[in-house]
Design a protein around this ligand. Structure first.
Ligand code: FMN
Length: 383
C-alpha cells in the first residue's frame, strides 16, 4: 500500500526553537507553508487545535479555497461544539475542498487545557463522549432520513442535514491517544489511528493494542496507522548530528527562559502518550537506526517530539522500518517549518516512496506466485 505523508499547517512561524515573528494567523505565511508542502510531494497537512489558537476549520477553509491538491487533516475537540453542528461544518468543508478533508478527533489529554474552554469531564469520560460524538457525526454525514439520538452525553430529535460530504460514504475519521480508553474508542471508530514516534518495539506494541481494540469492537478491518516524528536531516551524518545538538540546545534555552512553559499548567504531563515519551527518553537517547529522544525530553514529551537524525538516506531507511512494521502514514515536521518541509519533501519523501513501491511490487509477485501454487495443487492435497 503506498505510504502517505502528513505535514503541518502552521498559521504562523515560530516553533520550539524560534519565537514567532508573524501574527498567530498570518494569511501569507499559512499559504506559503502549505504551498511548500503541495509543491514538494506531501499528501496532506494537519491543522492542530489549541484552546487559544486560531480556529482551524476557518483556517482550513481558507487553504482549501487557495490550493487544489493538498489534503487536509482538521483537528477538532468535541467539547467545543455540538456534534450535528460539527458534522455540517465538516461536510461544508469537504464541499469547499472538493473531498480533501479528514477529521482528527481530539479527546484532550490535559484537564487544565480542557477547562480553558469549559470542559470539566475526566479523561476517561472525555473518551466516552468522543466515541458517542464520532458516532453522531458519522450518522449525520450519511443519513438522508431524520434521526433521534438519546445517548449519555447528547440528546436530540428529528435531525437531518441538508449538506453532505463529497467523499462517499463519508470523510475519514482520525484519532490519537495512548491510554487504554483511547485504544478502545479509537479502535472502534477510527479509520486512521495516530501515534507519536516511539522506538520500533514500542510502536509495534501500540499497533497490536489498536488492532486488538478494533477486533473487540467487532470490526473486520483495522485502522490505518500513522506515526509522527521530527526529522533533522543534513548532507552528512556529522552535520545532521551537529544540527540535532543545536536544535536541542535552542529548545532548552527557550524552556529555561520560560518561553515554552507559558501556556502549560504543569511539568508532569497527564496524558499517557507524553508519559510514554518521557519514560522512553529516560531509558535512552538513541534507539534503532535514527531515533533520538533528547528533543522529546527537552519539551517534556510535548506531542510529536522524538527526532529522526541523519542523512536523507538514513532517515528514509528509518521510516521504511516503520513501514515494514505496519505504518501507513508518516507525519513529519521540522523546526523551521517552511525550509524543513521543502528539504524533507525533496530529499526524503522520494526515497521512501520508491522503496515502498519496490516492496509492494515484490509482495504482489510473491502473492501471485502463492496463488498460482495453490491453483496447481490437486483439490485433495489442498484439503
Ligand atoms: C498525532 C496526534 C495529533 C494530535 N493533535 C492534537 C491537537 O492538535 N490538539 C490537542 O489538543 N491534542 C492533540 N492530540 C492529543 C490527543 O488527541 C489526545 O488528547 C491525547 O493523546 C490523549 O492522551 P492519552 O495518551 O492519555 O490517551 C494529538 C495526538 C496525536 C497522537
Amino acid at each position: 500500500m503506498p505510504v502517505e505523508f502528513l505535514g503541518i499547517a502552521a498559521t504562523g512561524d515560530g516553533s520550539e526553537t524560534t519565537p514567532r515573528t508573524t501574527a498567530a494567523f498570518d494569511r501569507e505565511y499559512t499559504l506559503r507553508l502549505a504551498r511548500a508542502h503541495e509543491d514538494n510531494g506531501w499528501d496532506r497537512v494537519l491543522f492542530a487545535y489549541g484552546a487559544g489558537s486560531p480556529e482551524p476549520a476557518a483556517a482550513a477553509a481558507f487553504l482549501a479555497s487557495k490550493l487544489d491538491r493538498l489534503q487536509i487533516l482538521l483537528a477538532h475537540r468535541p467539547n467545543v461544539s455540538y456534534p450535528t453542528f460539527a458534522a455540517k461544518t465538516f461536510a461544508t468543508l469537504d464541499r469547499i475542498s472538493d473531498g480533501r478533508l479528514t477529521v482528527h478527533f481530539i479527546t484532550g489529554g490535559n484537564d487544565h487545557e480542557q477547562r480553558r474552554e469549559g470542559d470539566y469531564l475526566t479523561k476517561d469520560e472525555r473518551y466516552e463522549r468522543t466515541r458517542e460524538y464520532i458516532g453522531i457525526v458519522k450518522r449525520a454525514w450519511t443519513s438522508h432520513e431524520p434521526f433521534d439520538h438519546h445517548g449519555t452525553h447528547y440528546r436530540f430529535e428529528d435531525f437531518v442535514s441538508d449538506v453532505f460530504p463529497v467523499q462517499q460514504p463519508r470523510p475519514g475519521v482520525s484519532f490519537g491517544g495512548s491510554s487504554e480508553a483511547a485504544y478502545a474508542a479509537g479502535g472502534a471508530e477510527a479509520d486512521v489511528y495516530c501515534l507519536w514516534g516511539e522506538p520500533l518495539a514500542r510502536t509495534a506494541e501500540q499497533i497490536e493494542k489498536v488492532e486488538r481494540a478494533a477486533r473487540a469492537a467487532g470490526r473486520t478491518d483495522t485502522p490505518r496507522i500513522q506515526v509522527a516524528f521530527r526529522p533533522i536531516i543534513a548532507a552528512t551524518e556529522e552535520l545532521a548530528w551537529e544540527k540535532a545538538h543545536r536544535t536541542v540546545g535552542a529548545i532548552r534555552a527557550r524552556r529555561a527562559g520560560g518561553d515554552l512553559v507559558r501556556r502549560r499548567s504543569a511539568d508532569a504531563p497527564e496524558n499517557t502518550g507524553s508519559q510514554r515519551l518521557i519514560a522512553i527518553a529516560e531509558a535512552g537517547e538513541r534507539y534503532d537506526r535514527a531515533l533520538w529522544t533528547p528533543t522529546a525530553a527537552a519539551t517534556g514529551g510535548a506531542g510529536n517530539s522524538n527526532a529522526l537524525v541523519g542523512t536523507p538516506e538514513t532517515v528514509a531507511e528509518a521510516l521504511l522500518d516503520y513501514y515494514d512494521l505496519g505504518v501507513d502514514i508518516v507525519s513529519a515536521r521540522g523546526y523551521d517549518h517552511v525550509d524543513d518541509a521543502v528539504d524533507f519533501g525533496r530529499y526524503v519523501i522520494p526515497i521512501v516512496r520508491e522503496e515502498v513501491a519496490k516492496r509492494d511490487a515484490a509482495k504482489a509477485v510473491a502473492l501471485a506466485a502463492a496463488e498460482e501454487r495453490d491453483r496447481q495443487q490437486p483439490v485433495a492435497a489442498r484439503a
